[in-house]
Design a protein around this ligand. Structure first.
Ligand code: TXA
Ligand code: MG
Length: 309
């Protein structure tokens, strides 16, 4: 605990100097900086090599600070009560007078916000008098990091500090829902779509591609080990690493289990870790067993599809 407090103090030290640091969240690690400071936010974009037109998610400890920055509505409060803190991000209208940096929002009239569940990060956020802008702590298009070691692998000495809190419990990014007009899903994520539909008592559509506003990762390679991926494979071809969700009799060294009993929560948690491992082992191709398109399976399929592009 003392150690945790010392590390939180260090985090505050760097953040107050407008530096960016990595923070743990239940979804993936984030590359965080003061969301009210353009100077700080610019460092995130430089370090990640992130295109400037891709806005970042702003992380809050609770509603008090959020109220100063965004317009809240009925659907927001229903979803907030049910799922927060947790792996859901809301796109809301910016309030006039909000202090969020234009670098963070890419000058839009909206902002993406979320309430992470990781206890250490919650504590850090409570000590600060500003929210934290934080995209995933990986170089743009790479696999998202689910541990402090992954973050280090991405940035090496270029990152000043990593607040380490072990492995992310969910391992997949947050579900993004826009509440600016009619609710729309912008990215599948750690909260199952079925649960959101049930909570709002309506079927929420996934935003269609013809809409111009940037949808996370759209049209680009994303979440990618940069190795070809073949989906819905009944068996691996020669030389392929094979990702599985059901136990097989054979014990081949190219078999990598996301789960042995179709537990999709477990599969989600292990997905990025396995992709990173397969890359490290220098496999040149990956194949993946068919994963059911329901619950977190929808998110896992989404990430594999984008990684395969
Ligand atoms: O789980 C997560 O959401 C993680 C952790 C660190 O919180 N963060 C994360 O951030 O995945 P990032 O930047 O990798 O993905 C956030 C996506 C961006 O791709 C961006 O397109 C979208 O959110 N976004 C941000 N602001 C938006 C806005 N105003 N309207 C629409 N999309 C927005
Ligand atoms: Mg990302």
């Amino acid at each position: 605990m003392n150690n945790n407090l010392a590390n939180i103090k260090k985090s505050i030290f760097f953040l107050n100097k407008n530096d960016c640091i990595a923070i743990p969240t239940e979804t993936v690690y984030g590359l965080a900086a003061n969301a009210y400071s353009s100077k700080a936010a610019k460092k995130i974009y430089a370090l990640k090599k992130r295109p400037k037109n891709n806005p970042s998610i702003v992380h809050y400890s609770g509603l008090n600070q959020l109220k100063k920055d965004c317009e809240l509505n009925k659907d927001f409060f229903i979803l907030y009560k049910k799922f927060c803190p947790g792996p859901i991000t809301f796109v809301l209208k910016l309030k006039k007078g909000s202090r969020i940096s234009k670098i963070v929002t890419n000058n839009k009239k909206t902002v993406a916000v979320r309430f992470p569940k990781n206890k250490l990060t919650q504590k850090l956020l409570k000590f600060l008098n500003y929210p934290l802008a934080a995209p995933s702590a990986n170089i743009s298009t790479n696999i998202s990091p689910v541990s402090a070691e992954d973050v280090k692998e991405e940035f090496g000495k270029k990152i000043k500090f990593i607040l380490n809190d072990g492995v992310s419990k969910i391992g997949l990014e947050s579900t993004i829902i826009s509440l600016v007009k009619k609710p729309e899903i912008l990215r599948y994520g750690g909260i199952e779509i079925e649960k959101i539909n049930k909570t709002l008592k309506k079927k929420i559509k996934f935003k269609s591609k013809k809409n111009k506003i940037l949808v996370p990762g759209q049209g680009r390679v994303h979440y990618s080990p940069h190795i070809p991926i073949r989906l819905n494979a009944k068996n691996p071809f020669e030389g392929e690493a094979y990702l599985l969700i059901k136990k097989r009799k054979l014990k081949n060294k190219n078999y990598f289990y996301l789960t042995k009993n179709k537990n999709l929560k477990e599969a989600g948690k292990k997905l990025y870790k396995m992709l990173r491992l397969i890359k490290k082992l220098k496999y040149k191709k990956i194949s993946v067993e068919k994963i059911p398109k329901k619950g977190l399976g929808i998110t896992i399929n989404d990430r594999l599809n984008r990684a395969a592009k």
